[in-house]
Each structure stands twice: as structure tokens, then as C-alpha cells.
Design a protein around this ligand. Structure first.
Ligand SMILES: Nc1ncnc2c1ncn2[C@@H]1O[C@H](COP(=O)(O)OP(=O)(O)OP(=O)(O)O)[C@@H](O)[C@H]1O
Ligand SMILES: [Mg+2]
Length: 214
């Protein structure tokens, strides 16, 4: 079982939205996803509860034992962790569990600077385990380019975390699909959000495969 984390101590950057959508993509592929919610707010478990199909299992782990607990899970192909940063110890254990870490961020300079806390925890975790980590830019404004300032802010972290090629735009489908317990690719199969999430999933799978060989 591969373990992917969508983590950021900053709130509202899209962790739960992206984690749920990636779980849907895994299920669509015929694989078995396990969604792990480490947030007491419980967005990801609520998503699963709303979803009619029984193809995504979701559990809540709000203790700093995620990295240990996940070792005991069998029968899943991919675990997807949705982790915020209200409790540092829980956040740390989420990061420690990951084979691939994705840090969603909005493209503003403030949001990117705020990733510093998360990267600090990542650096500490890396003294125990090699954890590949990438930013994904979320909620880009349609038809605009990422500002020079945001690009520079991202470059500040490039020694530790690189930027994924895939990006996600601010689109209504990401908001509306949740109410139906659906991923954007189910809610609006021909929509642009669907293309974006499928590209992200593809890029993540390529990274997991690359890291398998090293
Ligand atoms: N690409 C997007 N397009 C439109 N809306 C989005 C997008 N990504 C996230 N949102 C919206 O932004 C808000 C925050 O997203 P989400 O809850 O996924 O973030 P989060 O990082 O999990 O937040 P929290 O730290 O509070 O758990 C939600 O209302 C969500 O619907
Ligand atoms: Mg959330």
C-alpha cells in the first residue's frame, strides 16, 4: 500500500478537497483507497459519509500514531491522508507515514510563506526517512499566470520541495461536487476540473513509480 499525504498546517488551502478527489480517482481505477482524516473537523470522513458508493473507506486518526497505525492496514492499494496542522504531533506523524507528500498551497505569497512551518516539520522527518515532497498550486485564478512574486516565494523552498507541473484552478465543480459525495470527474466528467484532477493523479502515480526504483 502506497501512502500519500495532502498536508499543510495552513487552513483552507484545499487539503480535504484534493484528498477526496484523489480517493475517487483511485476508486475509479478499480483500486482500493483508504482515506485517513487526521482533522477533528472531519471533512474527509464527512465526504465519505455523503458518498453513496461504497468504494472508498474512510477512517479518522486524530492521535499522533498515524505512521504506526497505517502499517497494520491490509487490503488497500493507496492510503490518502488529509492532514491539517492544529496538533503538531499529529501533523508530524502524518508526514512520517507518507511515501509521497503533497503540499497544496494557494498562489499568494502569504500562503506560500505559510508553508514554512510545514517544511520545517518535513525537514525533521527527513532525518528519519526520505520523503519526496511537492507543492501543488490550488485555486489558481482562471486565465491568469502565477505571479512573479509567488514564483519567487516558491523558489525559496526549492531545495526542499519542488513544484508539481499539474495545477488546480478555482472552479465551481470543486465546491459543488462535495455536497453529492462525488469527485469532480464524476460530477462533471467533461469539465475542466476533471481534467485537472486526472492530470494531478497521473503525475503523482509517476512520482510514486520513480521512487519505487530508487
Ligand atoms: N480548486 C478549487 N476550486 C474552488 N474551490 C476550492 C478549490 N479548492 C478548495 N476549494 C474550496 O476552498 C475551501 C477550502 O478547501 P478545503 O476545505 O479543501 O481546504 P482545507 O485545506 O482542507 O481546509 P482546512 O484546513 O479548514 O481543513 C472549501 O470551501 C473548498 O470548497
Ligand atoms: Mg480540511
Amino acid at each position: 500500500m502506497k501512502i500519500i499525504g495532502f498536508v499543510n498546517s495552513k487552513g483552507g488551502v484545499g487539503k480535504s478537497t484534493i484528498a477526496s478527489n484523489i480517493a475517487v480517482e483511485v476508486a475509479i481505477e478499480g483500486l482500493k483507497p483508504l482515506l485517513i482524516d487526521s482533522d477533528v473537523q472531519g471533512s474527509s470522513t464527512a465526504f465519505r459519509a455523503t458518498r453513496e458508493l461504497d468504494d472508498i473507506k474512510a477512517i479518522s486518526i486524530t492521535t499522533p500514531t498515524i505512521h504506526k497505525d497505517l502499517q497494520g492496514f491490509n487490503g488497500f492499494d493507496m492510503a490518502i491522508i488529509d492532514a491539517g496542522g492544529r496538533d503538531t504531533a499529529v501533523f508530524r506523524s502524518a508526514i512520517m507515514a507518507c511515501d509521497l507528500l503533497i503540499i497544496p498551497t494557494n498562489p499568494s505569497q502569504y500562503d506560500i510563506w505559510a508553508c514554512g512551518d510545514c517544511i520545517q516539520v518535513l525537514k525533521e522527518a527527513r532525518s528519519y526517512k526520505d520523503i519526496p515532497a511537492y507543492f501543488v498550486l490550488n485555486q489558481l485564478i482562471p486565465n491568469t499566470i502565477v505571479s512573479k512574486e509567488a514564483t519567487e516565494a516558491l523558489n525559496e523552498f526549492s531545495g526542499d520541495v519542488r513544484l508539481l507541473t499539474s495545477t488546480l484552478t478555482s472552479r465551481v465543480a470543486f465546491k459543488n461536487s462535495v455536497a453529492y459525495g462525488k469527485g469532480v470527474s464524476e460530477y462533471e466528467p467533461e469539465g475542466k476540473a476533471s481534467v485537472e484532477i486526472k492530470n494531478l493523479y497521473k503525475e503523482m502515480k509517476e512520482l510514486l513509480n520513480e521512487n519505487k526504483e530508487t
